[in-house]
Design a protein around this ligand. Sequence first.
Ligand code: MG
Length: 258
Amino acid sequence: MTLRYGRFAVPDTKARYGRIDGFTVRLFDGPPWRGGKETDDTLPLAACDRVCPVAPTKIVCVGRNYGAHIEEIGGSEFPKEPILCLKPTSSLLEPGGTIRLPRESERVEHEIELGVVIGHRCRRVPVAHALDQVFGYTVVGDITARDLQKRDGQWARSKGFDSFCPVGPEIVAGINPNALSLHARVNGVERQAGNTRDMVFSVAEIVSFVSQTMTLEPGDLISTGTPDGVGILAEGDMLEMEIEHIGVLRVAVRKERV
Ligand code: MG
């Protein structure tokens, strides 16, 4: 069964997680991946302001995980193991938020990616049991300052600016992650179109691989790499990222005004 979860701004209290049931949000008393339970409190979905649907302890990204994207960035070989990097949690951006283009970069690019939300604390989980550790799936924008990525040689700065990790709009549990179409559009024009079946490393292989290095906590977020078609974002753009069975994540793009 497919279940949809989000996090919502609630007047006079902090944001709360909820399960979306048709036009109604059924609010939880905590994060569902940390034992939060459904309460009797409900809100009409149309009246809810969405906030970022995850609050991970870490965001792990996989680089070069689709063959056509490896080609477009000038690579010629598939990686032998997943290439990992981290985004800071300060880069998280809510659905409907605004990516802020920093003055340090002349080339900020979109990367649509399938996001994996961990459901159980785990370490060194075998591939065969890796999907049992997953709570659900979401849409992630792994926004990247391509010029700084090339200049720095490592990726912490180029992927780490505030607002460079839009996530959402929902976390969807109970879907198969291995054949989902992904589309990214800028101002309504399609830029990226891919399918998770073309990943070099599958979701199960990635979760297992990451857990060989670090303990994964409930709510942690893994972003699984982008298909080809990455491209530049400019002031005033509207970026839409859509994954089959999950939904459309929309964010605006503005220059950072500081
Ligand atoms: Mg990426």
